[in-house]
Design a protein around this ligand. Structure first.
Ligand code: AMP
Ligand code: ZN
Length: 118
């Protein structure tokens, strides 16, 4: 845990969130400023700053995240598909420096998908 990290505080329960899934490795909660009907954040419990800090020891965690995404999308009723976004570093639009995957779907997504900041 990083004491000055917003998502670590959410994981620790110090800041409330609208959680939709949780296990020993990750939590998933609703984005506070949704850019689509469904806008969730899948967040590893470990404080990893961004993709730039990933190491081989995280391989099983990352595989776990990838497998979870379609399951959670299905639970959310996103039968027609969904979008995932990972912002990396300030230049990539990252605001919260604790690795997270945006899961978006439903109304509010534009066609090609790269015109809007998430
Ligand atoms: P990023 O730009 O990829 O770092 O995205 C950070 C995301 O965290 C943004 O979409 C914010 O709306 C979202 N966010 C910020 N604070 C909270 C919070 N307290 N609860 C849920 N989502 C948040
Ligand atoms: Zn953190």
């Amino acid at each position: 845990m990083s004491s000055d990290c917003l998502f670590c505080k959410i994981i620790a329960g110090e800041i409330p969130s609208q959680q939709v899934y949780s296990d020993e490795q990750v939590i998933v909660f609703k984005d506070i400023d949704p850019k689509a009907d469904v806008h969730l954040l899948l967040v590893p419990r470990e404080h990893i700053i961004s993709l730039n800090q990933l190491e081989e020891k995280h391989d099983s965690l990352i595989a776990h995240c990838m497998h979870l995404l379609p399951k959670i999308a299905k639970e959310q009723g996103l039968d027609n598909g969904f979008r995932t976004v990972i912002n990396t570093g300030a230049g990539g639009g990252q605001i919260v420096f604790h690795l997270h995957i945006h899961l978006l779907g439903g109304d509010g997504l534009s066609g090609a998908g790269f015109s809007r900041a998430v």
